[in-house]
Design a protein around this ligand. Structure first.
Ligand SMILES: Cc1cc2nc3c(=O)[nH]c(=O)nc-3n(C[C@H](O)[C@H](O)[C@H](O)COP(=O)(O)O)c2cc1C
Length: 368
């Protein structure tokens, strides 16, 4: 089916195609939605007391206003991250601001958090959460600050206060390249201050059962920055980390007219870079903070590489555009084969497997 739809969608500007997709998922009755689920006991993950039917999630940015969650869960995702939502509605950057390079499975966007604001977001969420039966899967909410906010902690704490009761987890997005100054919040001092304020707010507003809190980082961090951030997240006992957002880098092989677009690059050219950041982060934290790996995943092998590098769960966005709605279930089916190939009974056994293999090889060399 997607083979027929794809050429039509690719005739349209990227955002128009996206809007059509969201509307189709929003207005099609559940009974008529295609079911792409793939279930296997070896893929079920329990983390932070949350039950993920499978480890493949939809990354933030696809459903910014939480308006098409029911339809998106029908595509077989184990979890969906809605947002990024900001306190006030905002229009984002002028269009065009999303660019596709289908022959490279790559996207550049400079959207700048266009969204309807937290009030509409909450209305949409309420409608979804009241739905009976609610589709299986975990719902994360990704929060960001308005472009004109000069005191970031004010927006983030307001959003935690407002959204925590509705979230299975919350993600602090400090890594979009399209909001001026946002990525500076990844520096040690500002990061510590922001997360301390957010954690205090979560404690004050959520009582006994607060949702786990994740931080979403850029893939463009130096090793030193990764080490610094890891020490902050460990000392503040942050529950999880999402690695990562889009990149400002531009591999040489991309065509000039595409790579010259300003914004964050995602899709295939990001695959190895994001896996390298996951590997580094897992090493410096000794696997103590669960990682959600995201960046360029387009097949089971690429998802599995991130899991072996240290990711407990994965997410994707760009390749859904290029490969269509069956992608999450294709990846899940492929993961089951890869686990079997490597002699693992369950996905959790594969998390960080590369690191253990390196250690075993080193020990064997020392013994020989
Ligand atoms: C058009 C577009 C919009 C995005 N918007 C957001 C966003 O609002 N918040 C966010 O945290 N990430 C956003 N992202 C980043 C994705 O969540 C993801 O981290 C990144 O695209 C890498 O994954 P991928 O290569 O599978 O797309 C966006 C990505 C794209 C392509």
């Amino acid at each position: 089916m997607y083979r027929i739809l794809k050429p039509l969608l690719f005739c349209l500007p990227a955002e128009t195609a996206h809007r059509l997709t969201l509307s189709a998922l929003k207005y099609t009755p559940s009974a008529l939605l295609p079911q792409f689920g793939f279930a296997s006991p070896s893929l079920k993950v329990t983390l932070w007391g949350r039950h993920f039917p499978n480890p493949v999630g939809l990354a933030a940015g696809f459903d910014k206003n939480a308006e098409s969650l029911n339809g998106l869960f029908h595509l077989g995702f184990g979890f969906i991250e809605a947002g990024t939502v900001t306190v006030k509605p905002q229009a984002g950057n002028p269009r065009p601001r999303v660019f596709r390079a289908p022959q490279y499975n790559a996207v550049i966007n400079r959207m700048g958090f266009p969204n309807c604001g937290v009030a509409v977001f909450k209305d949409n969420l309420r409608k979804f959460l009241e739905k009976k039966p609610r589709p299986m899967g975990v719902l994360g909410l990704n929060i960001g600050m308005n472009k004109d906010q000069t005191e970031p902690a004010k927006d983030y704490t307001a959003l935690v206060r407002s959204l925590a009761p509705m979230a299975d987890y919350l993600t602090i997005n400090i890594s979009s390249p399209n909001t001026p100054g946002l990525r500076n919040l990844q520096e040690k001092g500002p990061l510590t201050d922001l997360l301390t304020a957010v954690l205090a707010e979560r404690k004050a507003s959520c009582g006994e059962f607060p949702p786990p809190l994740f931080v979403k980082l850029a893939p463009d961090l130096t090793d030193q920055q990764i080490d610094d951030i890891a020490s902050v997240l460990l000392s503040l006992k942050i529950d999880g980390v999402i690695l990562g957002n889009t990149t400002l880098s531009r591999p040489d092989h991309l065509p000039a007219d595409f790579r010259e677009q300003k914004g964050g690059l995602s899709g295939a050219p990001l695959t190895d870079l994001s896996t390298a950041v996951i590997r580094r982060f897992y090493t410096v934290t000794k696997g103590q903070i669960p990682i959600i790996g995201v960046g360029g995943i387009g097949n089971a092998q690429e998802a599995y590489a991130k899991i072996r590098a240290g990711a407990s769960l994965v997410q994707l966005y760009s390749n859904l555009i290029f490969q269509g709605p069956s992608l999450p279930s294709m990846i899940n089916a492929g993961l089951v084969d890869l686990l079997r190939r490597d002699g693992f009974n369950h996905i959790s056994e594969a998390v960080g497997a590369d690191h253990r293999e390196i250690l075993e090889n080193t020990n064997n060399v020392q013994l020989a």
